[in-house]
Design a protein around this ligand. Sequence first.
Ligand code: F6P
Length: 322
Amino acid sequence: MAERIGVLTSGGDAPGMNAAIRAVVRAGIYYGYEIYGIQSGYNGLIEGEFQPMNLRSVSDIMSRGGTILKTSRSKLFETPEGRARAIENLKSLDINSLVVIGGDGSYRGARELSRESSMNVVGIPGTIDNDIGCTDYTIGYDTALNTVRDCIDRIKDTAFSHDRCSIIEVMGHHAGYIALNSAIAGGAEACILPEKPFDLERDIIHPLVACRARGKKLFLIIVSEGAYPSYKLAGEIQERMDITPTVSILGYIQRGGSPTVRDRLMASLMGVRAVDAVRNGERNVVVASRAGEIVTIGINEALEMKKEISPDRFVANSILSL
Ligand code: F6P
């Protein structure tokens, strides 16, 4: 009997997850494995929602956002009882490797599974936040950035016409990758990030007053969700500068949409690499992009790794917003 690999998506969906599923299914079948898709992430693993996948199950999905397998943030999987049920289901189908496409919370769940059973787990980084320490890149990030860039451009068109100050709040969980890089790409005057201690006078009022003195009439501020309340900021700017900022919270629009070439390519290559890891007998690893190479890293080591936004980018943003 052919060896079996399961594949699921977990956590927040991200554009490009479908390309990763397609790559796991196609590469897996090419190398002689049977592939099972698991619906709704770890919840489906617990509920036994498995479906055999064939080459045609993944036809014409690459251009679609979201995930055809659906996803969840499973509370039940955080309990030993939930994981025991998941392990039983995997055993009953003789699946001995599981590919998990998701963020580091999903990796932690996969690691528990590997500790409590003989299951071999392989992680593929999928999240718009780009906040997984072991990898330079996560699937979905480029599409989300491009969506934010598009929204910024549109908001700037109208803000220019009215000489307005716009506050745009973007996603990112506890990381400011989307915020800082969209601020640079969108030409923002200021940016508030979770990674950087915030001071209203120093980071917002002073730069905006200085910009105004240099003749600027259009101001754009990007706020990373949770870093500072956007409406409070609008009120404070109004009080101190006598201008009335508009607030746009972009929300879930950032998670949808057809993936960019970069996301499709990275997802495809990472999916193939995940199957290679199983073929090579690598156990409990995650696929990562590091210095332009697609590599694998042991899941324990991967979960210890941290990455930081380069301080050069903060500097670049303030220089370019002059
Ligand atoms: O992790 C991706 C993300 O979109 C974050 O940027 C955001 O904080 C979170 O998911 C929202 O999660 P949910 O879909 O559970 O509301």
